[in-house]
Design a protein around this ligand. Structure first.
Ligand SMILES: Cc1ncc(COP(=O)(O)O)c(C=O)c1O
Length: 477
């Protein structure tokens, strides 16, 4: 272990934990008893957190961490949002649980609000089906697609992420997530996403003439490209799964006209469009659903995460009436014990009310514009920041070598670790910074701050980030 790492692990004894155990004692237990199959040990020295408020997490020593990822965009409305927490607490005192075969008021009201919102936005009648967790909603959407089309193959994007259950893994681009789990006969056909900073076709955005879309369209020109029978226009693929703005793929924002072009191609071959809003939904990008920026109507939408402000893992599917009406998707078509649980529906109903009484459509783009301008300022100072971009408060920053293009996972990792160590000093006191890394080369900071983040907090975030960046550059020089 390097001198540097020793220093990082050394923590003062803390009696601030509920158990009275120190940081080291707790980590020893974790090392022995927790599975490491999740993502905690992506960093060499995990921290232990104790409380949160607004845009901040606090570790067991009371160090304040500005959070710029907010539970992977699940806590859009800030930690310990009093109004939302109160709705959950109220529900716990009245009807904390109910088998999902029985009805409760909050489920009905929430479904109505969500379906009415979809109808107002897309001029399409539809219904809501509940499940738990994003990947489970994706699984159910796959059932709806299979049920409607009788087909099991899907298109999805390179760089796309839809979850880690078996079905969701089959349409998630990373082979790493499938590698150890046998053959995936229904693995999606992955199509290049319009990631213009690193165009897979090495084109330039201003002059490409949407080359990527033309390449996709070409697939349908002849049966010998393997996707369609041109004699009856029957495509072997049932649906295209897409995140309008890629999340785990690195908060990549597509050209404004891309999705309308894609949808035209899909419509002409009767291919459904499934919109995964699990990460970008609930105003992350400045619209309720990020697909609204692109003027198309999906057949199915899946969403979760921020629908309860991260208080409950409930998730949802909205589908057009023809796909989900009781005649085609009748009782028992799918089921999960906790699917429409009263705590989740009550919290989510309050989220919907909060949204209706707020103006996130104005505030989020305004805050996003300010944050992006600060990121652009920083990029001017450091060659190692290759690209910055964003839509609303979904922002990206690519860490690179000095050429400003070659991805530097090493630099991104070190900055993330320094943030998590909680030994930064910007703002005059000891602090930390919570960042998340995504992207095809794992070199992109995917910034998803609270939608209530203030300019002062954004400035603090930039100061903390710059301090971590300077330290990492010095160490790695
Ligand atoms: C776009 C997208 N789809 C699906 C998922 C899977 O959701 P969950 O982790 O709740 O299963 C995620 C999670 O990050 C996601 O970002």
């Amino acid at each position: 272990m390097s001198q540097n790492k020793m220093e990082i692990t050394k923590r003062p004894e803390s009696k601030a934990t509920s158990s009275g155990m120190s940081w080291d004692e707790l980590l020893k237990l974790e090392e022995k008893y927790c599975s490491w199959g999740d993502t905690v040990h992506y960093v060499p020295h995990p921290n232990i957190f104790k409380s949160c408020k607004g845009s901040y997490l606090y570790d067991i020593e009371g160090v304040e961490f500005l959070d710029l990822q907010m539970l992977y965009s699940a806590v859009n409305f800030g930690y310990r949002n009093e109004r939302l927490d109160a709705a959950l607490k109220r529900q716990i005192d009245i009807l904390p649980h109910l088998a999902c075969q029985y009805l409760h008021e909050e489920k009905i009201l929430l479904a109505a609000k969500l379906a009415q919102r979809a109808q107002a936005t897309f001029e399409e009648a539809g219904r809501i089906h509940f499940n738990v967790g994003g990947a489970s909603a994706v699984e159910d959407s796959l059932k709806i697609v299979r049920n409607h089309t009788g087909k099991s193959l899907m298109f999805a994007f390179m760089g796309g992420y839809h979850g880690r259950t078996l079905g969701a893994s089959a349409i998630t681009s990373s082979y790493r997530y499938r590698e150890k789990y046998g053959h995936f006969g229904d693995r999606a056909m992955f199509i290049p996403y319009p990631y213009c900073f690193r165009c897979p076709y090495e084109k330039k955005k201003d002059s490409c003439g949407m080359f990527c879309l033309k390449q996709f369209e070409k697939l349908f020109e002849t049966e010998y490209y393997g996707v369609i029978n041109n004699k009856n226009n029957n495509c072997e693929f049932a649906a295209f799964y897409a995140e309008a703005v890629q999340g785990t793929g690195g908060y990549v924002v597509p050209p404004a006209e891309y999705f309308s072009g894609l949808k035209k191609i899909l419509d002409s071959h009767n291919i459904m469009f499934v919109d995964d809003e699990i990460q970008m939904g609930f105003f992350r990008t400045g619209k309720f659903w990020s697909i609204e920026h692109f003027g198309i109507t999906p057949d199915i939408i899946v969403f979760g995460k921020a629908m309860t402000n991260g208080l409950n893992p409930i998730s949802c599917i909205w589908a057009k009436e023809k796909l989900i009406n009781p005649k085609v998707f009748g009782p028992g078509s799918t089921h999960a014990t906790f699917s429409s649980n009263p705590q989740g529906t009550a919290a989510s109903l309050e989220v919907m009310k909060l949204i209706e009484e707020s103006d996130f459509a104005t505030s989020v783009p305004k805050k996003g514009k300010y944050f992006l301008s600060r990121l652009k300022d920083l990029r001017k100072k450091y060659k190692q920041i290759g690209d910055v971009d964003g839509l609303g408060l979904a922002l990206r920053m690519e860490m690179c070598e000095k050429d400003g293009f070659t991805p530097s996972k090493k630099l991104a990792d070190r900055i993330e670790e320094i943030g998590l160590e909680g030994k930064l000093s910007a703002g005059g006191k000891r602090r930390g910074l919570i960042l998340d890394i995504g992207g095809y080369y794992k070199n992109v900071f995917t910034l998803a701050p609270s939608l209530y983040i203030t300019e002062k907090e954004m400035d603090l975030g930039m100061d903390l980030f710059e301090e971590a960046l300077k330290r990492a550059l010095k160490e790695l020089a």
